[in-house]
Design a protein around this ligand. Structure first.
Ligand code: TRP
Ligand code: SF4
Length: 337
């Protein structure tokens, strides 16, 4: 396959995901499902962003395992290394150098206005500069592949805006080169946790792993919060306020949705039965993931091979971009002598 000619034919996508280890339903519906769907239409670069992850408080000893587990999950959901480039961010150190070059144009004021920064910085007595610069590295992740589009969750909209600003400022100063990438936000909106309140997250225990078996899925779904006004089994329910119903709309066969809605409103189907249907849908969706993950877990060399080949491919493009950016910024004394 000739990757160079492909670059001109298709638009380029980059996305990144933190190596949290276990992938849950929220990650899947909010991002990974999109990754799978975009593989043929775009030239895709998918990165496990370990250099971003080290800003968290997690034990460094666990990071390698979390990185590999994340790779296994990404491959398990159907991201196909034959059709995209999957790599670990730190394997392509060019990202970091480009981030430094961007630091020279990124305005501190804009970085200080990022909501994620404002939230997270509250947790520190002394704020690390990396927390402020986080979106600059993210901009480098994206622009080093001159990506046109970035599939991300709604919470990353602001970082994408900043990426475009950085591209614009850099281009204004050094000549038109970087595209201003668009955010592609899935229509699913914010995916609420099974508690019906907070965003899905593993640490809040309000989600379900995409590698859960039938029992594990039911264990989580069984406890999901539904319409609080439905107390007795035959009380009429309100699907529009029920998170179980929102999830049905995302994973249950579309032909079943009208019945689920009607029977809820009429009070003819109880919430437990309704949740059984949801659990079935999830088990069906997850089944191939579990099988592939099982295979990969017993063949770690395959995973390693995929990530190494991915890094090689990513580095080819990253080097080219970095060389151009350096040159336009005057970092080329060797050729000047
Ligand atoms: N900040 C993103 C998140 O927390 C992860 C990320 C890092 C990313 N670099 C990226 C996402 C580049 C998209 C593109 O989800
Ligand atoms: Fe929600 Fe289903 Fe119960 Fe209706 S029947 S409130 S949609 S869980």
């Amino acid at each position: 396959m000739n990757k160079t000619s492909e670059r001109t034919a298709r638009k380029t996508v980059l996305s990144g995901i933190q190596p949290t280890g276990e992938v849950h339903l929220g990650n899947y519906l909010g991002a990974l499902r999109q990754w799978v769907h975009m593989q043929d239409e775009y030239e895709c670069f998918y990165s496990i962003v370990d250099l971003h992850a080290i800003l968290g408080e997690d034990d460094p000893a666990d990071l390698p395992a979390r990185t590999l587990d994340m790779a296994i999950s990404i491959l398990a959901v159907g991201v196909d290394p034959e059709r995209c480039t999957l790599f670990v961010q730190s394997d392509v150190p060019e990202h970091v150098e480009l981030a430094w070059l961007f630091n020279t144009v990124a305005p501190v004021g804009d970085l200080e206005r990022m909501t994620q920064y404002k939230d997270k910085s509250k947790r520190y007595e002394s704020i690390p500069v990396g927390l402020l610069n986080y979106p600059v590295l993210q901009a480098a992740d994206i622009l080093i592949y001159r990506a046109d589009a970035v599939p991300v969750g709604d919470d990353q909209r602001q970082h994408l805006e900043l990426t475009r600003d950085i591209a614009r400022k850099w281009n204004a100063r050094y000549g038109e080169y970087f595209p201003e990438p668009e955010a592609i936000i899935p229509e699913v909106g914010r995916i609420k946790g099974l508690d019906g309140k907070a965003k899905m997250s593993k640490s809040l225990g309000n989600t379900v792993s995409i590698l859960a078996d039938e029992e594990g899925v039911w264990e989580s779904i069984r406890r999901a919060v539904t319409d609080p006004q439905r107390v007795r089994r035959d009380d009429p329910g309100r699907p529009e306020v029920c998170n179980v119903f929102s999830l049905h709309q995302l994973v249950t066969d579309a032909s079943l949705i009208p019945d689920i809605e009607e029977q809820c409103r009429a009070g003819t189907r109880g919430c437990v039965d309704c949740k059984r249907i949801l659990a079935d849908s999830l088990v069906r969706e997850f089944a191939p993931f579990r099988e592939r993950a099982e295979h990969l877990r017993t063949h770690p060399a395959e995973v390693r091979g995929v990530l190494e080949a991915g890094a090689d491919r990513a580095r080819d493009v990253a080097r080219e971009t970095l060389a151009e950016a350096r040159s336009r910024m005057g970092i080329k004394w060797r050729s000047a002598l």
